[in-house]
Structure formats: structure tokens, C-alpha cells
Design a protein around this ligand. Structure first.
Ligand SMILES: [Zn+2]
Length: 617
């Protein structure tokens, strides 16, 4: 049985444009013009998109599916904005917790409380005097305990960080098998509602093996999970799972290993060479010798490696170690630097030399972007998740939410990467903002590529029919509206796994960027290569003029480049056209164009009403 999708925008995330797509037996079998595909597949069930947008299902670049599922069993303190509310939530949970049960709370974040401090041990004991209580910091890297919990776990401090915290919480019971099963089903449903069709469990620890096993053999799972085993116990985890690395079993594939090299910036535990403003540096959470041993073992076994690095010292240590291991073994290795929050341009150059890629946790800009200024000063805070610098060096980047740290909401990551606004109304590093297409790539095709997975992240013949239907085309959105983009339907291998309640469908987006590349090529048929396209330090604001109809009111323009006779998006930004002269009006559009020598052709076009733009000079 084949299904023909048409009647809406289709973002293929490839160089090809499409009016229609045919899915058959879980695969995409045809992409092309509506009339042609109708003729070729006369018996196909027609799915009219009704003006909505079809794009590939999102591919999670980094997150923790099982940990997210388990977090659903915990009390969330994410909305607590003052100590009273936080303590009341704990008391409320305590009242409904049977005697002997744990009050296990997540998302505790003192930076969001008006008091800006941890609750004291006395406050925790008064809110929960007779049941063990744990408050997991939102970063997952530290936490607080009440007196009962301290006694139960045998710890002597009510606040623990990193290793001691991680080992202490192993003593907290996980919940009944029924509760856990329910949480996994709920998690899968939530991922579907966010449009994710391939997720990750980026740290499979020994005690989690029983949790992830059902992914291998239960028919109730449809979501695919890319797993990374805890490097410290790799052999044991793989033995317990009983599946070879790099092969699918059911819906789980273990790609390789995960190494945690430091903590979190917002928790004050990221490993910084240049210290926090209060003078402390954080520290490594994996010994340098162990780091090199894990990398070497993985290289010899051909395993992929994901390494959690936030601080500048952690980023540097990883690059140093990977270069050393590469030299010593002569083996190529695929390492992804996860979070890469304080990655510096010099390290990016070295990473390119060894094929290492960054995955940025750019949503820190919204959630902790104001706190970063207090912790690191404005200048460094503005350099968090340097997405644009990496793109300008022609690196493949991805963006992620690191669930359960944040909700696994790809359009939130896209919004944050494009806007870099903070919750407090500031902008965190305007020059590091990226375009909408670049951000969408970072949660689809580039996430698939970075994870070395084929057949996902694009809409093309032979790929899986993993798709999402959105209420509007994100490429036509005002950047500030990107979080409003709503997933209406999620399709996994041709089967609908999520459909938003129709009564809740939002307004239909004003989608004017229909098949953008195709139109642009038509509309700009007379483009000529500018004389100075190869000039060094090409500055958009200085060099570019557009011979356009006078008086066009243009809001969003996209910068593209031509190679292999195809236009590729490079950037989206705002322009004002007072007459025929274009003035580029935002910082990011004034950014130097990435490696000019690698760009044979650059053009600007208007992403709405392109037809008015005639020629780029
Ligand atoms: Zn993580």
C-alpha cells in the first residue's frame, strides 16, 4: 500500500525540491512533482496536506530517552520560582508518598528562585521530615538530600556534586516495573508529540540495562534509540545487553561509548581553564589517563564516542587526547563533542583535522543565558555554544536539548539557535545566531550524519518514511515565532504514531516560502557571479547590492551559495531596502562570509515574494 503526500510545502532537507512524496512499506519510494507521482501511483492513498508542511522526522542529536522516562516518575520543580513554592511542592509530594517511599524531585534550579540560593537542610527536613528526599539539580550533576536520605544512603553531606552525587543516587529505588513501563510509554508518546522519530540514550549505565532491554524485544516500542554505553563499564553493559555494537536489535542500536569529562556551567561544575568570575575552575570528572584509555579502546573496536565537554578546559583536554590517541594508534575515530559550550575557534580548527564534530546545547542561551553573565561575564557568556563560528569554519554541527535537562523539543532548540534570546529578554551573542535552515539541518539531516545513520533526517527515495507534519513552514516563520510551530502528526516508517487533537490545531501558518530552492533558481535566473566573490574578508554590508525594484519592503532574506549547480542555504537574516540599495541590518548578516574561497557563488534572495528580486550584482 502506498501513500501519496501532496498539497503542502515539503522540506526535503536535501538539494531537491518536491511537490509530492510517495511512501510505501515504510520507505520513501518517490519524491517529485504532484502530477507525475499521481500518474505513476494511481492506486496510492492520497494524503492532502491541506497547506501544512511535511518534513523529515526529527533526529535527536543528544539526549537521554531512558533517563527522561524515569524523570517522569519524579516530582518536577521546574516551575518553582521561590523557596515557599519549592518547599510546598515537596510537602505536597510527601503527603502522597507511602511510608518508606522516596520523594525524588528533579529540575531543582536555585538560579530560578527569587532567593537565589539552595534550600537549607533544615528547610528540607521541615518540608519532608519522615521520608527520604532527593533534589536533583536541573543539570543532573549535583543534588541535595534531607536527613532521612543522608542516613538511608550513608552520605555525610546534604549537598553532593558529580561523582559522589552520581554514586549516591544509585541507592534511590527506581519504581515498580509497572511504573517504569508506564513512564517509558509516556516518554515515547511525548517524543512523538515533539516530532522525534529517532532518539538517543546517550549514557547506558549498568543499572539501566534492564530499563532499555524492552526496546530490544517489545513490540510496543516504535521509536528508534541510538545508545551509548558508559565507557567506564562498556564491556559489562554490552554483555548485559547481549547485542553487538553498531547493529539494530529491535529499536536499539548501541553506537559506541559515552564519556563524561566535566560538569555543567549553570551548576558551577564545568571544567574551566579561565575560571568562573568567583575564581573557581570546576574540574574534570574523568581522569586524563582513563580518558585516553577509553578513546583508545573505542578506536580499536571501531566504536563511536560521545564526550560530554562544557568548559574550555574540558574541550581542550578532549582534543588533546583524541589527537594523541589518533597519532599513537594510527586509527581514525568518530568523536562528537557534546555540549561544546565553551569551544574556542582554535580548537575547532584542530577538531576538523581529526574529524571531530560538535553538538551544541544552544538552548542554554534562553534558560541560563542571564545566569551565564553572572558566572562568566558578558563577553564569555556571549560566546556560549558558538554555532555560527563553527558553521563559518565549515563544520557540521547539531543542536540538542539533553533531555531530561530540557524537554526533547527540537523546535525549542531551533528557536534558541536562531534567536539566542534569554528568558530575561537579553540576547546572548548575536553574532553566533544561525539561520532557520541551518538550525533545521542541525535537528534532522546533520544530526543523522553526525550519528552516522543513513535513511533518516531527509525525505528522499530509499530513506525511511519517518516524517512530521507541521502546522506551518518554519522557513517562512518570523524567527521569534519558531516555538509556535506545532507538530500535527508524526509518522514512523509510514505509520502514524502521533496525531494532534484536531480541535487544538493552531492557525495555519502564512507559508510563502514554497519550495524555496526551486523558485529561487527560477526567480534569479539572471544571477551572475560577482567579481569579488572570492575576495577575502568579504563583508555583506559593504560588498552586496541588489538591483531590485525600488521600495520593496523586505523582512527576511536568505543568503545562499551555489555549488554543484545547486543552491545551498547559508544564512537567513533581516534586510531593509530603502531603495535599490540594500543595507544589511543585523550583526549576523555583517558577519564575514564563511571561508570565501570555498564559496563559488553567493546570492541573496528574499524569502517572501522572491519574484521582486531580480538580480544580485
Ligand atoms: Zn547528556
Amino acid at each position: 500500500m502506498s501513500t501519496l503526500f501532496l498539497g503542502g510545502d515539503i522540506i526535503t532537507m536535501t538539494d531537491r525540491t518536491a511537490e509530492a512524496v510517495v511512501a510505501e512499506d515504510g520507505r520513501i519510494v518517490a519524491v517529485g512533482k504532484a502530477d507525475e507521482l499521481r500518474a505513476r501511483y494511481p492506486d496510492a492513498e492520497v494524503r492532502d496536506l491541506g497547506g501544512r508542511t511535511l518534513m523529515p522526522g526529527f533526529v535527536d542529536a543528544h539526549g537521554h530517552f531512558a533517563a527522561y522516562a524515569m524523570s517522569l516518575l519524579q516530582l518536577s520543580l521546574r516551575d518553582a520560582r521561590d523557596m515557599r513554592t519549592l518547599l510546598d511542592s515537596i510537602s505536597g509530594r510527601r503527603a502522597s508518598t507511602p511510608e518508606g517511599g522516596w520523594v525524588d524531585a528533579r529540575d531543582y534550579d536555585p538560579s530560578k528562585l527569587s532567593e537565589r540560593r539552595d534550600p537549607t537542610l533544615e528547610e528540607l527536613d521541615s518540608a519532608c521530615p519522615d521520608r527520604p528526599l532527593c533534589l536533583h539539580h536541573v543539570s543532573g550533576h549535583l543534588g541535595l538530600f534531607n536527613s532521612v536520605a543522608m542516613r538511608t544512603l550513608g552520605v555525610d553531606s546534604y549537598r553532593l556534586e558529580e561523582g559522589p552525587f552520581i554514586s549516591a543516587i544509585q541507592g534511590i529505588p527506581m519504581g515498580s516495573p509497572e511504573d517504569i513501563w508506564h513512564a517509558f510509554m509516556e516518554a515515547q508518546g511525548r517524543f512523538a508529540s515533539y516530532g522525534i522519530t529517532t532518539a538517543q540514550e546517550a549514557l547506558i549505565k549498568r543499572e539501566m540495562v534492564p530499563l532499555v532491554r524492552p526496546l530490544i524485544d517489545s513490540p510496543e516500542f516504535w521509536i528508534d534509540i541510538l545508545g551509548f554505553a558508559d565507557a567506564a563499564h562498556r564491556a559489562e553493559v554490552m554483555d548485559m545487553l547481549g547485542i553487538p555494537a553498531g547493529e539494530w536489535r529491535g529499536h536499539l542500536k548501541v553506537k559506541g561509548v559515552k564519556i563524561l569529562l566535566d560538569g555543567s556551567p549553570q551548576g558551577g561544575t564545568a571544567w574551566m581553564a579561565e575560571p568562573y568570575l568567583d575564581g573557581h575552575n570546576g574540574s574534570a570528572t574523568t581522569d586524563p589517563t582513563d580518558l585516553r584509555r577509553y578513546l583508545r579502546e573505542a578506536a580499536e573496536l571501531g566504536l563511536e564516542v560521545a564526550v560530554h565537554c562544557n568548559g574550555d578546559a574540558a574541550c581542550r583536554e578532549l582534543v588533546d587526547a583524541a589527537e594523541e590517541v589518533g597519532r599513537d594508534t594510527g586509527l581514525e575515530q568518530h568523536v562528537v563533542m557534546i555540549h561544546a559550550q565553551f569551544l574556542t575557534p582554535d580548537l575547532m580548527d584542530r577538531m576538523k583535522g581529526i574529524g571531530m564534530e560538535p553538538s551544541f546545547f544552544v538552548s542554554h542561551s534562553w534558560y541560563w543565558g542571564d545566569l551565564y553573565v553572572e558566572l562568566f561575564g558578558r563577553d564569555r557568556a556571549d560566546r556560549l555554544s558558538p554555532c555560527w563560528t563553527a558553521l563559518s569554519k565549515d563544520m557540521r554541527i547539531t543542536i540538542h536539548q539533553d533531555e531530561p535537562v530540557l524537554e526533547p523539543w527540537p523546535m525549542d532548540a531551533v528557536f534558541c539557535a536562531v534567536n539566542r534570546r534569554t528568558e530575561g529578554g537579553d540576547v546572548r551573542g548575536e553574532g553566533e545566531r544561525i539561520g532557520i535552515m541551518e538550525a533545521l539541518r542541525a535537528v534532522t539531516v546533520d544530526s543523522a550524519g553526525q550519528n552516522r545513520e543513513e535513511g533518516i533526517g531527509t525525505i528522499e527515495e530509499g530513506g525511511w518514511a519517518d516524517l512530521v507534519v507541521l502546522d506551518r513552514n518554519p522557513l517562512g516563520c518570523d524567527p521569534s515565532d519558531l516555538r509556535e510551530v506545532t507538530v500535527l502528526e508524526t509518522i514512523k516508517r509510514g505509520r502514524t504514531v502521533y496525531r494532534r487533537n484536531r480541535s487544538r490545531i493552531g492557525r495555519r501558518g502564512s507559508v510563502e516560502l514554497h519550495q524555496p530552492l526551486h523558485r529561487v533558481q527560477q526567480g534569479l535566473g539572471t544571477m551572475e557571479e560577482p567579481e569579488d566573490a572570492h575576495a577575502d574578508n568579504l563583508q555583506l554590508s559593504k560588498k552586496w547590492k541588489m538591483s531590485a525594484d525600488a521600495g520593496i519592503r523586505t523582512r527576511v532574506l536568505t543568503l545562499a551559495r551555489l555549488s554543484d549547480n545547486q543552491l545551498h542555504y547559508v544564512h537567513t537574516g533581516r534586510l531593509w531596502i530603502p531603495s535599490s540599495d540594500i543595507k544589511v541590518a543585523t550583526d549576523r548578516m555583517r558577519s564575514p562570509i564563511p571561508s570565501p574561497s570555498s564559496i563559488p557563488f553567493i546570492c541573496l534572495y528574499k524569502s517572501t515574494g522572491y519574484g521582486q528580486v531580480k538580480k544580485v550584482v
